[in-house]
Design a protein around this ligand. Structure first.
Ligand SMILES: *Cc1c(COP(=O)(O)O)cnc(C)c1O
Length: 393
């Protein structure tokens, strides 16, 4: 049965979707309207931390939905307090503001830095970001992003985001001036092609920003919540950022995001920041359930171990098919192809059978892997076998 085009005519066309409808998900597997199974190494773009429909999330939603869905962000609620406390107890940050999307959390980070600049840096407002970075799709976060073409598509941009070169500390130093208030970066550039920041670069960036009296903001929307094998990716470098944003993995599939900051930086006053759904108990109850699972003994070391296993298997595959190796951190990895077959492989992986495979090609010569953090070695082996067959053609 084909889904007739007329059925989808009511949706705005914002991406080229394949002609199928997903109806059910379980762990690493998705099932479409014809019952075909797909091994999912996209997981909602590194979102479904515990896979599709995990019992922890079902239980948290079911328990909360019968108790309280939305008292209004003007009041405290239990899950909001619990999740904020868990986040501050397990990071270097002291306070949390909840949001709904990564872009919204980043907007909050930009506002917090600008307010801090107004109070403490003589009105400095510029935030240095990086070429090929991705920070979201609002006007300010598109302006902060270093994605090609984004400077003109909805021009004029929001001013105040000079771009430096990733992993090149000298270019950051050059961009710092009297108007600079912060540097913002992804510890691994995800959409830009799974490019990890060097540990030495992160350390140098913290030293430089401290010496110049400006803030360091880490956008951990994709790298946070265990994705790289540590709870947060900044931990790999042992640095102390001033501000961090989270989204994607924190909700495990539901819309939830967070802005975290150290006490000295928290300068929002009542009325400065808000949002109708921010901190609602239905979503924060899910966030708390996800985080508790990540904090359970052995979970993060398991992510680390399976990240290394995926890396090893990808390297073997690369060598076998004469490709160009792999890179990444934890369970955020990419296979580098020796040609531009990425999009074609993604399409054949989806359409192939009897079982499909869901992959993503952020660049034509790159395949990205973002499985559930509880993916099994057997599922990794199954993905490698499917990819082996695809690369052979
Ligand atoms: C996905 C992503 C965002 C945007 O998050 P949304 O929830 O889509 O707004 C921001 N920063 C990074 C690093 C991301 O990967």
């Amino acid at each position: 049965m084909q889904y007739h085009a007329a059925n989808t005519d009511s949706l705005m066309s914002i991406t080229n979707r394949p002609d199928l409808v997903f109806e059910r998900g379980e762990g690493s597997w998705l099932y479409d309207h014809q019952g075909k199974a797909y091994l999912d190494f996209i997981q909602g773009w590194a979102v479904n931390t515990l896979g599709h429909c995990p019992p922890e999330i079902a239980a948290a939603l079911t328990a909360q939905v019968g108790k309280l869905i939305n008292p209004s962000p003007a009041f405290y609620n239990g899950p909001m307090i619990e999740l904020a406390s868990l986040l501050t107890a397990n990071s270097v940050f002291d306070r949390v503001f909840f949001a709904n999307t990564g872009a919204e959390a980043n907007e909050g980070a930009i506002k917090l830095a600008r307010k801090w600049g107004r109070l403490h840096k003589d009105g400095a407002y510029e935030i240095i970001t990086f070429g090929h970075s991705f920070h979201g799709r609002t006007l300010a976060t598109m302006s902060a992003s270093g994605k090609a073409g984004w400077d003109t598509i909805y021009a004029p941009q929001v001013p105040g985001f000079p771009k430096a070169i990733y992993n090149d500390i000298a270019t950051v130093n050059e961009k710092i001036g009297p108007k600079t208030v912060a540097v913002m970066l992804e510890p691994v550039q995800g959409e830009g092609g799974v490019i990890p920041a060097d540990i030495e670069f992160l350390k140098a960036l913290r030293e430089l920003t401290t010496a110049r009296g400006i803030l360091l903001i880490v956008d951990e929307v994709q790298t946070g919540m265990g994705r790289t094998g540590k709870l947060f990716a900044y931990e790999h470098a042992g640095i102390l950022p001033d501000i961090m944003t989270l989204a994607k993995g924190i909700g495990g599939g539901v819309p939830l995001a967070a802005l975290l900051a150290r006490e000295e930086i928290c300068c929002f006053e009542p009325g400065d920041q808000g949002g109708t759904y921010n901190g609602n108990p239905l979503m924060t109850a899910v966030g708390a359930a996800v985080l508790k699972r990540l904090l359970a003994p052995g979970f993060l070391s398991g992510v680390e171990a399976r990240g290394q296993y995926l890396s090893k298997r990808l390297l073997e595959l690369s060598a076998k098919h004469g490709q160009k190796g792999e890179r990444g951190s934890g369970l955020l990895r990419a296979l580098v192809l020796d040609d531009e077959r990425g999009p074609e492989i993604v399409r054949r992986a989806l359409e192939g059978g009897p079982k499909g495979l869901l992959l993503n090609a952020p660049r034509p010569n790159l395949l990205r892997f973002m499985p559930a953090l509880n993916v099994s070695e057997a599922e990794i082996d199954q993905m490698i076998a499917m990819l082996d067959a695809l690369l052979a053609k």
